[in-house]
Design a protein around this ligand. Sequence first.
Ligand SMILES: C[S@@+](CC[C@H](N)C(=O)[O-])C[C@H]1O[C@@H](n2cnc3c(N)ncnc32)[C@H](O)[C@@H]1O
Length: 262
Amino acid sequence: MKYFFLLKQYVLYRLKAKSAHGIHSPFVYDFIETVLKDQRTYYAFEEIASIRNVLLQDTTSINVEDLGAGSLHKSVTKRRVKDIAQHAARNEKFGKLLFRIVEKYQYKNMLELGTSLGIGTSYIASAAKDGQVITIEGCNDIADKATETFASLSLTHIRQRRGNFDQVLTPILQQPPSFDLIIIDGNHREEATLAYFNEIMPFIKDDTLLIFDDIHWSRGMHKAWQTIHSDQRVRLSIDLFFFGLVFFKKDFKEKQHFTLKY
Ligand SMILES: C[S@@+](CC[C@H](N)C(=O)[O-])C[C@H]1O[C@@H](n2cnc3c(N)ncnc32)[C@H](O)[C@@H]1O
C-alpha cells in the first residue's frame, strides 16, 4: 500500500517537475544550473563511496531500537549493518547533492536529525572542513557505527549527540551558534515532522535552509510537507521528490513553491 502511494506520488511529481526552462526566479534558476546540474566529482565522493561499500558488506548484527518510522520494513530489534546501509543510508545521488548545496552556499554550522551510519553526515561535513556538524541519533549501536565512519574519513569536526530528538533537539537549538543548514531525516511521521518544524522555527535565521527527507514516502509525510511549504513564514520551497528544501530569505518578496526535475 505504501509502495503504491509512493509510486503514484512519483508519477505525479514527474508530470509536474520543471527544468530551468521557464523558471523566472533568478535564485532558483541559478540553483538548477549550478547545483542540480553540477557534474563535478570531488575526492570526498570516492572516499565516502568506499566506506559505503564496506558497510554494505558488513554482516555484523547490531541492536536497533525503533524510534521512528524510518523504514518501510517491519521493525526488528537486531539488524545487519549491511541491511541498514542498504535501506537507511543516504544514496549517492542525494549525498552528492547535499555536498554541492553546502559548498555552494558556504554553510558552516549544520545540524542533522538522524545520523544512521553517518553517510549523509559525511557528505555535508566533507564539503565544509572549516565548519561544524552536529548530528543526532537515538540508537546507540547505530551511532557507534557512525563514529567508525567519521574516524575512517578523519572527519573530526562532527559532534555526535545520542538521544531521542524529542529530548535533545531543543537544548541543541538553544546553544549558539545558530544553524545555517538543518536536515530532518528521521522519524518520518506527519505529527513528528510538524513538531520538529515548529520546534526549529524560533531558531531560524534569514539564511537558514531546512531540508526535509522523504517528503512523499507516506500519506502523512506528504501532508506534513504540504503544511510546511504552505506556511507563510516560508518564502521559497523546492520539491525534489525525495528532498523538500525550505528557505526563509526576506529578500524573496513573493512566496514561491517549485517542483523541480532532479
Ligand atoms: C533514514 S535514517 C538517517 C539517514 C542518514 N541521515 C543518512 O543520510 O545516511 C534515520 C535515523 O534516525 C534515527 N531516528 C529515528 N527516529 C528518531 C528519534 N525520534 N530520535 C533519535 N533518532 C531517531 C533512526 O535510528 C535512524 O538511524
